[in-house]
Design a protein around this ligand. Structure first.
Ligand code: MN
Ligand code: MN
Length: 398
């Protein structure tokens, strides 16, 4: 038995916590979850440059509680799941055709990215102006804090990512219309609306949260005319429809209050990294970064100063986090294009490029600080390239 276990453990398909470059580590014959080790090769065998006590910066939606309702499901990553992520919280939600995330509101702003299918969103503001729009893949929406809204799946249903500007937010703890009705005396409802109490005989007894409804008719058939008009600053934006910043290796689309004026508290970038390319070494001088991985797989190393750095592996459906100003880069480690979202609690998307910083600093200073020669100094680039790929470099290294 012992021999059999050892033979299995030495099998090439089973990764071992041994670093090839220096031989550090030893085999693991004990209880272990090999599938998870395979998904996290950089936790099992950290690069030799990793060091120190950086907290966990990864959580997968696959490790969260699924809220299953008639009409859809939701799951969330908040400070409960990922304690360092205090600036933003995220919810992944699916609505069936006709499925409704009920009429509700909350203290936090809501930013959303449409992943699949189509949905109809509605809202009304404090001036009595209303908003209704249909959104599809690559579109996003933003509901300011406190404004009521709803989401409904259209013919094919839909799936989306919601992001809130507070890590303590929970989508299961919002202010819902059914909940308020259920917890208001019927005589008060009667007095408020000027109708008999019997009008409220069949209201829901508790919060619905998500419920199944019929697929709504065309948007034109659902419009409600407000005497105060429609909301002047749109709550919808077509992010994937933007012309991206393209560099060798990928592309970036940035959305913040400069091109989507209503989005005053959440800024984002949609990043595409081709196989073999990487999001360059950089940091953000405004706030923490909350990431959602859409396709492919990659790894990120975060540098926190004082000799500390830690590497994590990510794949579609994972959330990553980078504390304020920590240096980082993200490599595509798979054969597929890696797409992910970077999000910030801020009205602006801002980043500092290590390469550009060095290129715009006196050459002698950089040379003497890093003990580097013209090979590097001549290659520094004054223009920012968020994604990089140098096909001619390290061709013979493997
Ligand atoms: Mn909401
Ligand atoms: Mn970043």
């Amino acid at each position: 038995m012992e021999n059999k276990i050892r033979t299995q453990a030495m099998n090439e398909d089973i990764p071992q916590p041994i670093r090839s470059v220096d031989g550090a580590g030893a085999t693991d014959f004990g209880p272990r979850d090999v599938m998870r080790d395979k998904e996290n090769p950089n936790l099992l065998v950290p690069p030799i440059t990793d060091s120190g006590l950086i907290p966990n910066l990864k959580f997968s939606f696959s490790d969260t509680h699924m809220q299953l309702n008639q009409g859809g499901w939701s799951r969330e990553i908040t400070v409960r799941e990922l304690p360092i992520a205090t600036s933003l919280a995220g919810v992944n939600m699916r609505l069936t055709p006709g499925g409704v995330r009920e009429l509700h509101w909350h203290q936090q702003a809501e930013w959303a990215y449409m992943l699949l299918g189509q949905a109809r969103i509605t809202s009304v503001d404090q001036e009595g102006r209303n908003f209704i729009a249909d959104v599809g893949p690559g579109d996003l929406w933003y509901f300011p804090p406190g404004l009521p809204h709803s989401i409904q799946g259209l013919e094919e249903g839909c799936e989306f990512l919601l992001v809130f500007d507070d890590g303590h937010f929970s989508d299961l703890n919002t202010l819902s219309i059914s909940d308020w009705f259920a917890h208001t005396p019927k005589d008060v409802l009667s007095a408020n609306f000027g109708v008999p109490e019997s009008a409220f005989d069949s209201i829901p007894k508790d919060q619905l949260y998500i419920f199944q409804d019929k697929v709504p008719g065309p948007i034109a058939s659902q419009k409600v005319q407000s005497p105060y008009g429609t909301i002047p600053q749109t709550f919808k934006h077509q992010l994937l429809g933007q012309v991206p910043i393209r560099t060798p290796g990928g592309s970036v689309r940035i959305v913040d209050s400069t091109n989507f004026p209503i989005s005053q508290t959440i800024a984002a970038a949609l990043v595409e990294i081709e196989p073999g390319a990487m999001r360059e070494l950089h940091w953000h001088p405004n706030n923490d970064e909350w990431q959602y991985y859409l396709t492919g797989q990659g790894r990120m190393t975060v540098f926190a100063g004082n000799g500390t750095a830690r590497t994590f592996d990510y794949r579609a459906g994972d959330v990553g986090y980078v504390p304020f100003a920590y240096g980082h880069y993200i490599q595509n480690t798979g054969n597929q294009t890696l797409w992910f979202l970077e999000m910030f609690k801020s009205n602006r998307f801002v980043d500092v490029s290590l390469n550009q910083w060095m290129a715009l600093t006196p050459r002698d200073l950089v040379r003497d600080n890093l003990h580097v020669g013209p090979e590097l100094l001549d290659a520094l680039r004054k223009e920012k390239w968020p994604v990089v790929k140098y096909s001619h470099v390290n061709e013979n290294d493997t």
